[in-house]
Design a protein around this ligand. Structure first.
Ligand code: FE
Ligand code: FE
Ligand code: ZN
Length: 284
């Protein structure tokens, strides 16, 4: 089962995102929990969310992915920035309960000179403070390209964050694998997908992999750049992307396109192409 969709704008509300997704035959989608540059969250209209829930339930969507703002940095050197991360995540997770059982994806953050170990300690510390055993959302750590002092460029770092979360809360923490990011981080998903997934399984455990970000990359493997390309227009290529979508260990996960499209129809065409290649007979 392929649940494929894309990042959508929430500016016209929740029901509107459901309608946008249906119009491009998406089976999931992602949206920002609030302005990606940070700031206060818009208040939720429960009737609007209820209409989205109705669409999602009726149309057999995969889980939805809510993306935290980019400015959220739980391992910043600045206490003010760390406090914003904590406050925003706590508030966002409370809002997630309007759409129960879905995913909240965030970038682990940049330690800006404090070191990876301290960064991991701070990220896990925030999770231990804001996660609640009764929440229905699963929080996802996104695999990162490892640019600058970014944490999450290595599977070991994500595993260490999960391990530092209290055992009774650890089930609330999963992983979202971004194909552009892991490629830029040096993992060879083009020539050795099985090897990369084996490594993921050994270090983190594939059962904790909950979502995929499907992007091509403008840069060669290991570049640590994080510049997304349209599928087939980058260094990963369409065949490798389709092998990922078809991989037996990755079935049923929501697959979110974050490619640089000018408009919704660009995503529509990408979804159509990938669905047909996914189903096709060709050996890739
Ligand atoms: Fe992201
Ligand atoms: Fe991503
Ligand atoms: Zn990215």
């Amino acid at each position: 089962m392929l649940y494929i969709g894309c990042h959508l704008s929430s500016s016209k509300g929740y029901e509107n995102m459901g309608r946008q997704a249906l119009s491009i035959h998406a089976g999931t989608f992602q949206f920002f929990s609030r302005n990606p540059r940070g700031g206060a969250a818009k208040s939720i209209d429960p009737a609007d969310v209820a209409r989205l829930r109705e669409i999602v339930g009726r149309e057999d969507f995969g889980p939805l992915v809510v993306h935290a703002p980019y400015t959220l940095n739980p391992c910043s050197k600045e206490e003010k920035t760390r406090n914003f991360a904590r406050m925003a995540m706590e508030e966002d997770l409370a809002r997630m309960e309007y759409l129960p059982g879905n995913y909240y994806n965030f970038h682990p953050g940049s330690h800006v000179g404090q070191g990876t170990e301290e960064g991991i300690r701070l990220i896990a510390g925030m999770l231990n403070d804001v996660l609640k055993p009764e929440q229905s959302a699963t929080v996802l750590l996104e695999t990162m390209a490892g640019k600058g002092s970014e944490i999450g460029g290595r599977f070991e770092e994500l595993a260490a964050i999960r391990q530092a979360v209290a055992p009774e809360l650890r089930d609330k923490v999963g992983i979202c694998l971004d194909t552009c990011h892991v490629h830029d981080g040096g993992y060879d998903i083009v020539e050795d997908l099985d090897g990369v997934l084996q490594e993921f399984d050994d270090i983190i455990g594939l059962s904790h992999l909950k979502a995929l970000h499907i992007n091509d990359s403008m840069n060669p493997r290991g570049a640590r750049k994080d510049r997304h390309a349209k599928i087939g227009e980058g260094c990963i290529g369409t065949d490798a992307i389709v092998r990922i979508l078809r991989h037996p260990a990755l079935q049923g996960l929501p697959c979110i396109l974050e490619t640089p499209q000018e408009d919704l129809s660009g995503y529509g065409e990408e979804i159509k192409m990938l669905k047909s290649l996914y189903k096709g007979e060709e050996q890739l």
